[in-house]
Design a protein around this ligand. Structure first.
Ligand code: TYM
Length: 335
């Protein structure tokens, strides 16, 4: 069975609807027929220099949201990245194979480092994509379900994998593929529909947080920026109508209904009806999601046990891959 691997950063108290629709829903679908590993990438979160207590709390909260979203820890390996030291070990080998210029061209690095300045930017932020490549290659992963914003990091991972195979022999690592589902790969910000929904955009105004009060989410949807288009036409057209198209995408994803069917239903009726019904649909999704998350968070000891079990299984899978790569690189075996 093909291996699947993906992860999310525990950098906020709650995941958002973009994380859920762009990634988590695909994770849940893929665990059915594949051997899946899903991790909370706490080491990546260190690049934002979090408060230690907040990081601990957010790591559990992120895992609880994976579970609430349907990740099944019996079927999938659910773990915390820092519990498997092989990730950082492989990252070192990969960093010695990554060009400085190549890493400098990563657009997420360029954007973030431009905001932080040379002294505010850490070496960790620079090597972030290399650690991500290690996460993936460490398990011989074939498919990596992510949103559109991770495409370039996946390309780097593939380039590194091909480079390793060329330098150290075929079969050193598996060359992975991104699994990006076009319809939901880029959920846009409700207050600025030409930008992706993200915690850092506009102070989080246009974000639907999975664990926030559903009333607030409903309010954000009703306040969503729609398009300055006099016709009130409701149709899926991301170029001409980015706001409406984003609402249709979300509506379709949370109800499982077809985008065009929904568009036809609201066409010519005014945006308010669409927003109101979408708000209701999102609330209907959020309420049980939050109940499930709360159940997992109410028993942190049990949650930690699930994560410990996942880490043990992940390590058992990582160990032989790392040994193989060490050997190919010419590192002398310890025994
Ligand atoms: P992160 O934590 O920023 O986001 C987690 C996942 O959510 C997706 N996503 C979105 N999808 C659709 N619309 C949006 N507005 C939206 N915002 C975020 C992201 O594409 C991602 O799939 N570098 C990664 C974490 C990572 C990783 C890995 C992923 C570390 N190691 C190995 C895959 C495999 C990140 O920062 O994701």
């Amino acid at each position: 069975r093909p291996r699947i691997l993906s992860g999310m950063q525990p950098t906020s108290d709650s995941l958002h609807l973009g994380n859920y629709l762009g990634a988590l829903t695909q994770w849940v679908a893929l665990q059915e027929h594949n051997e899946a590993l899903y991790c909370v990438v706490d080491l990546h979160a260190l690049t934002v220099n979090p408060d230690p207590a907040a990081l601990r709390e957010r790591t559990r909260r992120t895992a609880a949201q994976y579970l609430a979203g349907g990740v099944d820890p019996e079927r999938s390996v659910l773990f915390v990245q820092s519990h498997v030291p092989e990730h950082t070990e492989l990252a070192w080998l990969l960093s010695c194979q990554t060009g400085f210029g190549e890493a400098s061209r990563m657009t997420q690095f360029k954007d973030k480092s431009a905001k932080q300045g040379t002294d505010g930017t850490t070496v960790g932020l620079f090597t972030y994509p290399v650690l991500m490549a290690a996460d993936i290659l460490l398990y011989d992963s074939a498919l990596v379900p992510v949103g559109e914003d991770q495409r370039q990091h996946l390309e780097l991972t593939r380039d590194l994998a091909e480079r390793l195979n060329a330098r150290f022999g075929e079969g050193t690592v598996v060359v992975p593929e991104a699994h990006i589902v076009k319809a939901t790969a880029k959920i846009q910000d409700l207050s600025e529909p030409t930008a992706k929904m993200s915690k850092s955009n506009n102070g989080g105004k246009g974000v639907v947080w999975l664990l926030e009060d559903p009333k607030k989410a409903a309010k954000a949807i009703k306040a969503a920026v729609t398009d300055a288009d006099e016709t009130y036409g409701v149709r899926y057209d991301p170029q001409a109508k980015p706001g409406i198209s984003n609402l249709l995408t979300i509506f379709s994803a949370v109800t499982g209904r077809d985008v065009d069917t929904i568009a036809a239903e609201y066409d010519g009726r005014g945006y308010g009806y669409l927003k109101k019904d979408l708000a209701d649909a999102v609330v209907e999704f959020l309420v049980p999601f939050q109940e499930r998350a709360a159940t997992y968070l109410a028993d942190p000891a049990q949650l930690d046990k699930v994560l410990a079990d996942g880490a043990q299984r992940a390590r058992a899978m990582a160990r032989p891959v790392l040994s193989r790569v060490y050997e190919r690189f010419g590192l002398l075996p310890a025994s």
